[in-house]
Design a protein around this ligand. Structure first.
Ligand code: GLU
Length: 479
């Protein structure tokens, strides 16, 4: 039975690198009808916070990842780690070390000054019991170090293939620090054993930790899980993805108006492809298709254009009612929502969302585009005003066009278009000039879906009122 875990450290918000790890663990668990365990690695008490733990859970839930067991908080398990370390000492597989960090640093520098490679010199390995007693009485804290045996550790990584490490290159690493806190190696392995983890899927920055952890599994008498290390994500400049490339926290993508399923597709396709990169897969399809064998070794590039593309595509593929469910909180936030949009203005609202979604890459775009249809509080893009509203001809022709609009029997796209073209012909002005001007007057911007549909949905009253605002809108820019 497959059992995997995601084990973030709550020292910051969940970022995209960690999310991809979570996602692959989750897909793997769901594909095999296994168990997905969530563990919060908060042993570094000074750097971890509850707020960040909460934020991580929130980010996972937003993307649609649920967990079957946990969250297990490592900070509640310190005694278990201490017991495991003591057990290893009793069995001669680990030993107490009284060297202070300063002493070690000093010896390291000396060794390196001789041009030699440093690893812990085992000074405390053969301390007599009496000497240990003396040091303890002096109050010198003792760490516990793992005694690395001679030999070679080999494993078959499910992504990177066969890996072998000569123990000559490993030092006797610390399991429990002098202050009684476990190191990462100890807590990870103890927990993975306790929760029966069968596959460890994580970022390949952990490859070098794996041989040490395998030694620990063996020392603790537990079966070694399989490992799959995921390649590092790169920014578009092919350097390690970091803050320099923009905010990489997962919730930031929620706050920018991305849909969770688009984000899920985008993230899953970093290192793995369900087949067709042009298609948006449902979560069920991805679960069905997922396999570790198809993870590529090469580093994937985090390309925001692709995310935008997927998002705008999904905005256009969703059913109207689903899209409206996602859109609603955005409109609520802007004070643009009212229940009537789902009741007696439903038909109008659905037409509006349908018209505007084709131009929207995110839910933010969509709510900005919709705002002028619902409220008079929207901004005029100064560039658009400058470009399309300063012509003197407008002062003459717009009032005439307004009268034409007033007279229309039906304020429909077809009639609006006919009236506008006729008026343009009659006044010797380009229809495009009027179209651009109207767009800026009613929407505040120079791009929009077809203007005639826009005006029909805007309604006669609002359109006329905004046409009257020509001078006021001109005043919003500094000439
Ligand atoms: N807490 C570790 C991290 O955030 C993960 C440890 C692991 O997956 O083994 O990198």
């Amino acid at each position: 039975m497959v059992r995997v875990r995601f084990a973030p450290s709550p020292t910051g918000h969940l970022h995209v690198g960690a999310l991809r790890t979570a996602l692959f663990n989750w897909l793997f668990a769901r594909h095999h009808r296994g168990t997905f365990v969530l563990r919060i690695e908060d042993t570094d008490v000074s750097r971890s916070s509850e707020e960040m733990s909460r934020s991580i859970l929130e980010a996972l839930s937003w993307v649609g990842l649920d967990w079957d067991e946990g969250p297990i908080y490592q900070s509640q398990r310190f005694e278990i780690y201490r017991r495991a370390a003591r057990r290893l000492v009793e069995r001669g597989l680990a030993y107490h070390c009284f060297c202070s960090p300063q002493e070690i640093e000093h010896r390291r520098q000396e060794t390196q000054a001789r041009g030699e490679h440093w690893k812990y010199d085992r000074r405390c390995l053969h301390l007599e019991e009496k000497e240990k007693q003396r040091l303890r009485e002096k109050g010198i804290p003792a760490a516990i170090r793992f005694l690395v045996p001679d030999g070679l550790t080999e494993f078959d990584d499910l992504v990177h293939g066969h890996i072998a490490v000569d123990h000559k290159n490993l030092e006797d690493f610390v399991l429990l620090r002098g202050d009684g806190f476990p190191t990462y190696h100890l807590s990870v392995v103890v927990d993975d054993i306790d929760t029966g983890i069968t596959h460890v899927i994580r970022g390949d920055d952990h490859i070098s930790n794996t041989p040490k952890q395998i030694l620990l599994y063996r020392a603790l008498g537990a079966p070694v899980p399989q490992f799959a290390h995921l390649p590092l994500i790169l920014g578009p400049d092919r350097k390690k993805l970091s803050k320099r490339h923009g905010d990489t926290s997962v919730l930031n993508f929620r706050d920018k108006g991305y849909l969770p399923l688009a984000f899920f597709n985008f993230m899953a396709q970093l290192s793995w492809s369900p087949g067709n990169e042009e298609k948006i897969y449902s979560i069920e399809e991805m679960v069905r298709e997922f396999s570790l064998e198809r993870i590529s070794k090469g580093s994937p590039v985090f390309d925001l254009n692709k995310l935008e593309w997927l998002n705008s595509r999904l905005i256009n593929e969703l059913s109207l009612s689903e899209l409206i469910t996602y859109l609603r909180p955005w409109l609520e936030k802007e004070g643009l929502w009212s229940e009537e949009l789902l009741t007696f203005r439903k038909e109008w609202f659905e037409k509006l969302v349908n018209l505007t979604r084709s131009r929207s890459r995110t839910l933010v775009d969509l709510s900005l585009m919709i705002a002028p249809f619902i409220s008079d509080k929207f901004n005029y893009d100064p560039e658009a005003v400058r470009k399309h509203l300063l012509s003197g001809e407008l002062d003459r022709v717009l009032p005439l066009l307004k009268e034409d609009f007033q007279k229309l029997e039906n304020f429909s796209a077809r009639e609006i278009e006919a009236a506008l073209r006729e008026r343009a012909d009659r006044e010797g002005i380009k229809a495009a000039t009027l179209i651009h001007a109207l767009r800026v007057l009613v929407l505040g911007r120079s791009v929009s879906p077809g203007i005639f549909e826009v005006l029909e949905l805007m309604g006669r009253e609002r359109t006329l009122a905004r046409m009257e605002k020509l001078s006021a809108v001109r005043e919003t820019i500094e000439n």
